[in-house]
Design a protein around this ligand. Structure first.
Ligand code: ADP
Ligand code: TRP
Length: 365
């Protein structure tokens, strides 16, 4: 799709800077393209059910109606000091890429790339950082949470916080605005970041009197906005409470076994709506399967072991085929490299065109 649009762009010879009204030149490149949906995942470990339900599944669904851009936010991973480890970072990049592909990402239709392969994003990051009030970054949840934790642990408030972490949202704004993205499928934790992207896009467009950036909308589904982890808190790599998507059956059983439940005995009737096992089950099961298990919870006679076996069953049927594809891909990282290079070759001309126009607009010849 993008290749066709590029051909149109070059054939039209429309590099002229004189477009009517506030329209941007890069609208030409986007003219034949559907609206863009874009999302990224940081390679900071093995992808888990929170990533799947909050970002990957909705993003893959949007591919029907939008031009999808999916990327691996590899430079974002460096904001975590734990990822200052080359083999671990490399491995996680492949894991995230193989996960998307195994779950059905079509690299022909989508633009699927590594953030680090699009240098224009980092140029835009700098430009946007000069249009972003520092106070916004002070208020960023991800940064504030780290500071609060340091203080609670009796550490210096800046302990382990690098400038990359502080400016993290600006890089995310660049990821989003670089491709004129309309919708961003993410979990609730990312909502504030997208509000920052909207704000800086408005600020920039208004300042130069030109609609260079599209104002993005977050797409956060209520039923999957915060997926609970093993301990009931938000499932997150940083809490160590994750269930990885492609665990082998035995390891999956062990993980599910460690989901925290209450101390009710087998015979006691149970409330499915307050149970983490059921909350996860419901997100993978059909409506009939969910109604049936909920009734068994309420009737009594269903132990936590039984409920966990049901969750195991539904996860196995959801992921076992994709897991086989994942394992094949992880054994052929050269193929993943090729697919990502192909994606970068499609995405980069789009980024180059917009950055050229931005440079001209801001007065950098
Ligand atoms: P983590 O918190 O494990 O480091 P990431 O920050 O890499 O996960 O998240 C990548 C994507 O997955 C983001 O869109 C994020 O909102 C989504 N996501 C992560 N965890 C959850 C969760 N528990 N519930 C819903 N969405 C989630
Ligand atoms: N910040 C996101 C996360 O922690 C990852 C990310 C980086 C992203 N750039 C993005 C998500 C752009 C959506 C759009 O999960």
């Amino acid at each position: 799709m993008i290749f066709e649009v590029r051909v149109f762009y070059h054939q039209s010879g429309s590099k002229s800077r004189e477009w009517p009204g506030r329209a941007s030149n890069t609208d030409v490149i986007f003219e034949g393209m559907k609206k863009v949906s874009l999302t990224g995942i940081k390679p900071t470990g093995t992808p888990h059910l929170g990533n799947y339900l909050g970002a990957i599944r909705p993003a893959l669904e949007l591919a029907q109606t939008y031009q999808p851009f999916y990327f691996i936010a590899d430079y974002h991973a460096l904001t975590l000091t734990a990822m200052h480890n080359a083999p671990a970072l490399r491995e996680s990049i492949y894991q995230v890429a193989a996960t998307w592909l195994a779950l059905g990402l079509n690299p022909e239709e989508a633009c699927f790339y590594k953030q680090s392969d699009i240098p224009e994003i980092f140029e835009l990051n700098w430009i946007l950082s000069c249009f972003t009030p520092k106070g916004f970054m002070n208020r960023a949840h991800s940064y504030k949470d780290k500071v609060a934790k340091n203080v609670a642990d009796g550490l210096d408030s800046d302990e382990n916080i690098n400038m990359g972490l502080f400016g993290y949202p600006c890089l995310m704004d660049a990821d989003i605005l670089m491709f004129k993205s309309h919708v961003i499928p993410v979990g609730k934790d990312q909502k504030q970041h997208i509000e920052f992207a909207r704000d800086v896009a408005h600020r920039f467009n208004n300042h130069y009197g030109k609609d260079l950036f599209v104002i993005p909308e977050p797409m956060i589904r209520e039923e999957t906005d915060v997926i609970p982890g093993l301990d009931g808190r938000k499932m997150s790599k940083s809490y160590g409470n994750t269930i990885e998507i492609f665990l082998e059956p035995k390891a999956l059983k062990k993980k599910i076994g460690s989901i925290v439940t209450n101390s009710q005995g087998v015979e006691e009737p149970k409330d499915p709506d307050t149970c983490n096992v059921f909350k996860l089950f419901k997100l993978f099961a059909t409506a009939d399967q969910s109604a049936d298990l909920a009734a068994r919870y309420r009737a009594g006679g269903l132990g936590w072991g039984h409920a966990k076996a049901e969750l195991h069953g539904v996860l196995e049927s959801t992921f076992s085929e994709a897991r086989a594809r994942y394992n094949v891909l992880m054994a052929d990282t050269a193929l993943i490299d090729k697919i990502l290079a192909y994606g970068a070759a499609k995405a980069r001309p789009v980024a180059k065109t917009l950055i050229e126009e931005i440079r001209e607009t801001i007065g950098i010849p």
